[in-house]
Design a protein around this ligand. Sequence first.
Ligand SMILES: NC(=O)c1ccc[n+]([C@@H]2O[C@H](COP(=O)([O-])OP(=O)(O)OC[C@H]3O[C@@H](n4cnc5c(N)ncnc54)[C@H](O)[C@@H]3O)[C@@H](O)[C@H]2O)c1
Length: 359
Amino acid sequence: MNKIKVAVIGLGLMGQSQVRNCFDKLEDFEVVAVCDNYQTHIDNIKDYFYQTGRNVETYTDYKDMLNKCDMDLVAIVTPDFLHEEMALACLEKKKHLRLEKPMAITIDGCKRIAEAAKKAGTVVQIGLELRYSDVIEKIRNHIDEAGDVKLLWCHEFRHPLLKKEGSVPDWIIKRKYSGGTLVEKNCHHFDLFNMFAGAKPVTVYASGDNQVEYRHTDVLDNAFVTVEYENGVRAMLALCLFAPPRNGQKHMPHLEFGLLGSKGRIDMRDDELFVWDRAGKSEMHYTYIRNNYEAHCEDINLSLKDLAKCIREGKQPLTDVYTGLNSIIVAVAAEISAAEKRVVYISELEEKYGVSYKI
Ligand SMILES: NC(=O)c1ccc[n+]([C@@H]2O[C@H](COP(=O)([O-])OP(=O)(O)OC[C@H]3O[C@@H](n4cnc5c(N)ncnc54)[C@H](O)[C@@H]3O)[C@@H](O)[C@H]2O)c1
């Protein structure tokens, strides 16, 4: 079986991990080139390649890499505001793409990428890997036990975002580079809402502010967001980026996700899952044991296995461009709602940007 030749752009926290813990760990892929315009990160990856006895091409200009290097797939792992420009350049060259979330920081940007992907006819995966995670997959398998889903919720009460080093320092706490917290961080969670609601969102109302951790920036550090769907499902996100870790939980001690339906309740607390019937009887308790907690790599590897299969079979993956676009439509609606203190109708964004939320 031929390996899929991968080039990675962006070698910060996530990009380095994707080379070392993801692409290098999977049979399907071979990293043939990497690119970063920050010398320390290039030096780090060169050390790693040296230690693993390989001679991988390194670039500081991604356009140069696209022109000179022979690759099948490009993984874009750069700050969010660069996703659109880089994705369009890769698609112009008809490369398969793994594009980190958020797909782009604007709805327009996502639309342009979706159009370019269609024209290129290549496989494009958006890095919304939570969909692929073991526990979320288990929820899908047990969903009938909840009956008709009515309520969805997600609590992300966590420590502040990790500091960013690289050619665009601390881009994550600058709205013009990240699109704002609800776009940058919570597109993951809006994507889960969209998936489990299985219908079109109608309205979004968000109340949020930057009162503690990010009071000197222009991004939110806490918010409540409500999304209502056409089929009557309502979803609630609660976000706090200045919460201390809970006792005894070292890794990712922050994500709770759940749903309530006509017959029962499903609760995910980090890597633990509970299913209860309406009598409150515990039907199921499951814990997923991670071997590697670094940078979501186990979930990403599940997503990469799907990506490899899709590239070989000419199909689009579970987290395709429309999944990415849908998550950004809801996230942008939430950012507007919090800023303007009003309910935002998804239809007004569809009209304004000439896009359709796709089920
Ligand atoms: N899927 C997930 O769960 C998840 C988790 C964390 C981060 N991410 C995403 O991954 C991406 C990167 O995040 P990170 O935490 O690694 O950020 P980071 O700041 O640590 O790394 C970004 C890297 O991109 C490089 N870069 C900037 N401009 C460049 C350019 N023009 N050409 C080449 N390289 C350039 C920087 O020098 C830096 O090394 C972001 O889009 C982020 O949202 C996804």
